[in-house]
Design a protein around this ligand. Structure first.
Ligand SMILES: *[C@@H]1O[C@H](CO)[C@@H](O)[C@H](O)[C@H]1NC(C)=O
Ligand SMILES: *[C@@H]1O[C@H](CO)[C@@H](O)[C@H](O)[C@H]1NC(C)=O
Ligand SMILES: *[C@@H]1O[C@H](CO)[C@@H](O)[C@H](O)[C@H]1NC(C)=O
Ligand SMILES: *[C@@H]1O[C@H](CO)[C@@H](O)[C@H](O)[C@H]1NC(C)=O
Ligand SMILES: *[C@@H]1O[C@H](CO)[C@@H](O)[C@H](O)[C@H]1NC(C)=O
Ligand SMILES: *[C@@H]1O[C@H](CO)[C@@H](O)[C@H](O)[C@H]1NC(C)=O
Length: 473
């Protein structure tokens, strides 16, 4: 995950009374806009019992919110205002995170089981909440996670992402964080981002603190490229790092599987085998070595379903790499040997370490972001040297990188459950063509003007006699 943080400040908001309840150094809650979480349902499934619907909602990340003083001055107009925030303590006392106008300001809407994110002024990042107000803590080992996605309105350099981060389920609620999951606090990922305003209840006034945790990217994609990437860390939960130490805790590059990059340029895209002009289902399976949730993560499998047809992930065709279509430790070890791009994945414990984190549980993140400065070339760029295996990741050139406020992604029909319990093929298997009857011993089986059976019942063979007669002998 390559993080772009965009602070959007709500302007022209009615100034209402704001209460700063206490004077301890803590992150406050603002009340200019009521916080109303857009509802979304999801399902938990078992092989024996089918799927049960759960009532959830989404919450906007804290960093995207208006952070302001009691009188409505923005605390971080571009970086923290050091008059309001001379130090972390004063800043925490003075600044409040406000509620979000989800649709109006951020382009976030939900209907039934669907979450729609429109890019607008700068995209957004949301987390899935359960009906108790905590983030859902998904445990996907020996399970599968499935969702439908519509990427038809996501051009080059845009990324509609769905992933797991090992965030605290309560958002890090504490005496110094009064906001918690209800206001989208506690974000961390494998880039150990330093732009987070509040980390573990501390205000990150000078941007020296980073927020690290294990990250499993199920889906980073637009309409022309997609990538599946585990990013292990050697930390547990959300870990606050400082300065240069932040670069030695996690694997920021991951062991990625992008069908286009792995050699199949006809698999994913508009009109391709997985046709991105219309919605499809994405299944990710977390298989363990002993088929239990406590086993070692052995394989991350990807399956698509579109128009009722189950489509297995494409296979690697790059020279030197085995024809794999799933992420395994062997695949990542081979990838480092051949493409030299998975050293840090292996250093930070590889698949096994990723599994250790997933077993503890992770929070579901959905986001929409862009990278217009240089393009999102690590995902979709065609500018790499095409004679170097793995250098070309998608079809996008710099000419394709265009500001698109209408860029949007819809994630829907989220399901988690037993392997093979969350999807099915609705297209009946093709029926074999009717078998023509076969000829009996001594019967005719060929010849000019002959129109009967041309195969012989076993064990007889059709034997040529003359142009007008062949016989089963
Ligand atoms: C979800 O909400 C609906 C409507 O309020 C309710 O009938 C249903 O029981 C809830 N489901 C669960 C699993 O809580
Ligand atoms: C910083 O905050 C002070 C006090 O609210 C204000 O007077 C000043 O204009 C702010 N500076 C910026 C750059 O917003
Ligand atoms: C988070 O803050 C608490 C105190 O509020 C502290 O005990 C804990 O060690 C901190 N966690 C990290 C990872 O820094
Ligand atoms: C994580 O691994 C790095 C590199 O091996 C090491 O320097 C660092 O101390 C480790 N950190 C933790 C918290 O284990
Ligand atoms: C791409 O993947 C599809 C589906 O697996 C396969 O039929 C096709 O042959 C692959 N093409 C190449 C060039 O590997
Ligand atoms: C899921 O289905 C696949 C393909 O049919 C099969 O190979 C696999 O064993 C199944 N896994 C489970 C746990 O049923």
């Amino acid at each position: 995950m390559h993080v772009s943080l965009v602070a959007i400040h709500e302007l022209g908001i009615q100034k209402a009374a704001l209460s700063l309840a206490s004077l301890v150094a803590s992150q406050q809650i603002g009340t200019f806009t009521p916080e109303v979480h857009p509802p979304v349902s999801f399902q938990t499934c078992t092989t024996s019992g089918g799927c049960a619907t759960q009532n959830g909602s989404v919450v906007l990340d804290a960093n995207y919110r208006w952070l302001h003083t009691a009188s409505g001055d923005t605390c971080n107009p571009s970086g923290f205002n050091r008059t309001i925030c001379p130090d972390a303590e004063t800043c925490g006392e003075s600044c409040a995170l406000d509620g979000a106008d989800y649709n109006g300001t951020y382009g976030i809407t939900t209907t039934g089981n669907a979450v729609n994110l429109v890019f607008g002024n700068g995209g957004s990042r949301v987390y899935l909440l359960d009906d108790t107000g905590n983030y859902v803590n998904f445990k996907v080992m020996n399970q599968e996670f499935t969702f439908d996605v519509d990427v038809s309105n996501l051009p080059c350099a845009y990324n509609g992402a769905l992933y797991f981060s090992e965030m605290p389920p309560d958002g890090g609620l504490s005496p110094t964080n009064k906001a918690g999951a209800a206001y989208g606090t506690g974000y961390c990922d494998s880039q150990c981002p330093k732009g987070i305003n509040f980390i573990n209840g501390t205000t990150n006034v000078d941007g020296s603190l980073g927020s690290c945790c294990n990250e499993m990217d199920l889906w980073e994609a637009n309409s022309v490229a997609t990538q599946l990437t585990p990013h292990p860390c050697n930390v547990t939960g959300e870990f606050v790092c400082t300065g240069n130490a932040c670069s030695n805790l996690c694997d920021p590059s991951g062991c990625d599987f992008n069908p286009f990059r792995m050699g199949n340029q006809s698999f994913y895209g508009p009109g391709k085998i997985v046709d991105t002009t219309k919605p499809f289902t994405v299944v990710t399976q977390f298989v363990t070595d002993d088929n239990t949730p406590t086993g070692t993560l052995s394989s991350i499998n990807r399956i698509y379903v579109q128009d009722g047809v189950v489509i297995q992930n494409s296979k690697t065709t790059l020279p030197g790499l085995p024809a794999a279509n799933a992420l395994t430790q062997d695949f990542c070890t081979d990838k480092e040997t051949v493409l030299h791009d998975a050293a840090s994945f292996n250093t930070f414990g590889g698949m096994a370490q990723m599994g250790t984190s997933l077993a503890r549980g992770a929070v579901l993140v959905m986001s929409l972001w862009d990278d217009l400065s240089g393009g999102m070339t690590w995902l979709d760029g065609s500018t790499g040297d095409s004679s170097t295996p793995g250098a070309v990741r998608g079809p996008c050139t710099s000419a394709d990188v265009v500001l698109t406020p209408t860029a949007a992604v819809t994630f829907s029909n989220i399901k988690v459950g037993d392997l093979n319990s969350t999807f099915e093929s609705t297209v009946p298997p093709a029926t074999p063509p009717p078998q023509s009857p076969s000829q009996v011993q001594w019967g005719q089986c060929g010849g000019v003007f002959y129109s009967g059976p041309t195969t012989c019942a076993s064990p007889y063979k059709c034997v040529y006699s003359n142009p007008y007669y062949s016989q089963c002998l």
